[in-house]
Design a protein around this ligand. Structure first.
Ligand code: FE2
Length: 293
């Protein structure tokens, strides 16, 4: 299996804090059949993408883990105006091994109205976009139709492995499973941050998918599609995404009670909000980003 989303590189974000932890996470991953980890440090206001430090530690880990597991380098790319401008000015810089597949992350509580334009700009710069864990955004839980909009715009979908079996909560589990049923998931990945608190488990999800949707689907989501992304190969044909082009609404919907639980920040946003207008500057913005991770 290939883990497409993993905060393995130590001391650059809220993932592994030190070398020993990185090595432990990599060995845990290898023990359950992961043969390659794509290292995806954050690139956001709290954890800027410090390329020289990241590349140095990536090289160190690659040398230490030679013969145990292979590593690729990418980024957990936050969709800020500054990041988007930077990525467009340096084509493919943030993508997986510089080959074109880019993991994108949205603000948790407010999806900016400028998102379709941002997606188009990045695609025009040559990126193939992979939306990370939509099932975990409060904004998406309130408005799940966003997932279909992103897919129709050409984005691929990466779900966190543990979401399928309830590790991130019941509603996230319900949405993740409906996406699986509909063939709206392209990748499963661990989004590992820590050996205990956010461990690099992919095998449980592989087996879960194999039981529910068949071995071929499990292989596609955990092996074949991630390999395509790592190789930067053309995106292959996938099973028909049920109801996508017909715009058939998802069954998933939050109860009014849960909507208020997940929606405090969304209520504060106007429909015209964009990156510059996001009503969560400074401390609050950083706090919201932390809550998402
Ligand atoms: Fe992440």
């Amino acid at each position: 299996m290939i883990d497409l989303h993993h905060h393995l590189i130590y001391g650059v974000d809220d993932g592994a804090p030190d070398l020993d932890t990185s090595l432990e996470m990599a060995r845990m991953a290898a023990a359950e059949g992961i043969t390659r980890i794509v290292c995806t440090p954050h690139a956001n206001d709290v954890y800027p993408f410090n390329a020289p430090l990241i590349e140095e530690r990536f090289a160190e880990l690659r040398a230490q883990l030679a013969g145990t597991i292979e590593l690729s380098l990418a980024c957990d790319f936050h969709m800020t105006a500054e990041n988007i401008a930077e990525a467009c000015a340096n084509p493919l810089r943030y993508s997986i091994d510089g080959k074109g597949y880019l993991l994108i992350e949205f603000p948790s509580f407010v999806i900016p109205a400028s998102t379709p334009e941002a997606i188009f700009r990045l695609q025009s710069a040559g990126y193939t976009l992979v939306v990370t864990h939509p099932e975990r955004y409060p904004a998406v839980l309130r408005q799940p139709a966003l997932i279909g909009e992103w897919m129709r715009a050409g984005c691929l979908i990466q779900v966190t492995a543990g979401s399928l079996y309830g590790r991130f909560g019941t509603v996230q589990q319900m949405l993740a499973n409906e996406l699986l049923e509909r063939n709206w998931i392209h990748f499963l990945a661990t989004d590992a941050h820590h050996p205990v608190r956010r461990p690099p488990h992919l095998l449980t999800a592989y087996n879960y998918v194999a039981r529910r949707a068949g071995e071929e689907t499990a292989r596609r989501l955990c092996i074949a599609n991630p390999r395509t992304a790592v190789e930067g190969a053309p995106w292959p044909e996938q099973p028909e995404p049920k109801g996508l082009w017909e715009n058939e609404p998802l069954r998933f919907s939050l109860t009014p009670e849960k909507k208020s639980l997940f929606g405090r920040r969304v209520k504060a946003a106007s429909p015209a909000v964009n990156d510059e207008q996001t009503p969560a500057p400074g401390f609050w913005r950083r706090l919201l980003q932390r809550r998402q991770r």
